[in-house]
Design a protein around this ligand. Sequence first.
Ligand SMILES: Cc1ncc(COP(=O)(O)O)c(C=O)c1O
Length: 435
Amino acid sequence: MTDSSKTRELFQRAMKVIPYGVNSNFRYWGEDDTLVITRGEGAYIWDADGRRYIDYRLAFGPIILGHAYPAVLEKVRQALQGGNLFAWTTPWEIEAAEHICRMCKVDKVRLTNTGTEATMHALRIARAHTGREKFIKFEGQYHGMADYFMFSTAGVARGAVGSRRSPIDVPMTSGIPKAISQYVINLPFNDPERLQATVRARWGEIAAIFVEPIMGNVASVMPAPGWLETIRSLCDEYGIVMVMDEVKTGFRIAMGGAQEYFGVQADLVTYAKALGNGFPIAAIAGKEEVMMTIEPGHMAHGGTYSGHAVGAAAAVATLEVLEAEPVLETINQRGQMLMSGIGEILAEAGVPGVVVGVPSMFGILLGTDQEPQDFRDYTAGDADLYERMAMGLIRRGVQPDADGREPWFLCYSLSEQDVAQTLTAFEEALKEAKG
Ligand SMILES: Cc1ncc(COP(=O)(O)O)c(C=O)c1O
């Protein structure tokens, strides 16, 4: 047995002053398994007992380059020398916005701090732009912690979402006013007929269709061919604002995110995570006409910390490295090795399983050979087997999330040697988990 005494001692201290010892519920894995991390560098993190892990959680996706990445730290230090926040525009913000406009082919950008702030404001902009109040989202998709979005996310029981013909909007948490559910319409992902029927019947009420282009909170389930195009054309036909939530896919699956990868341009896009390599910076971006709905005194977007120098400088540095170096090519090559290596190990072990998504963020379903098309399909997989396998990997120094809905994320610092070590550990952990 490895010694976990320092980690456990620190976690007990945390539990005394922080509910469940964590600052975000998603990080709580129980009293025995929640880690305390003291350091990260490149593709690795170390816990308080000095154990090293190859990190595939990457803080739920933001770390695109690697932990403590020197070029990002250097620019952040430079920014900090001049102070962080002034409630005036800074050159850092201008530079960050110029990068985003160029890379993502959007006209205008407003910076925020978190993905939640970005999606929350995107919804307000869409409502103000259309004069309509409701919006469509897809089951299993997560758009942050604002009340409006917290229905039928991947955190609710599969059985609770009802029949495909008449989906139920299920709250993910206590504490949300019941009345708010009247503003959200949850539909199955990749189901164009149901979407068309709903939009044709109710378009006059619908301000926006929110979509994660890849299901970043359901094991990276991919959009079926034509799915995003269907959303685009319905939005065009009925004057609905298409909002692509690229909080997980942005600056990760392609330089211009999912818009570039799938060749579909939304009206509004939300970015966060990979934009700042771990620093708190996010953005709402999009077409001139829709973004200019924001108007001082009339349509509110704001925040004391929006565009602070540290976050904006981190974005500038991260995007500079993305543009100057073969970041995504390298990640894709390593990710491809992992995806095909894992597929081969599953086949050799005779364990049914599918590896879905893209090399920079992919998911693994065990216990089924069917590629899932939506949240409803995802539950056909064997989540318990996946969790046992993931915990076995963690004991071997390889850290994906224990929850199979969370994709494996890759960073630029991950080496081929790390990939080889991961595949060896995967083979052992799978064998142990299936018993
Ligand atoms: C697709 C998506 N949108 C929005 C959010 C919310 O972002 P944040 O946690 O920065 O508020 C997340 C977080 O995981 C996400 O995955």
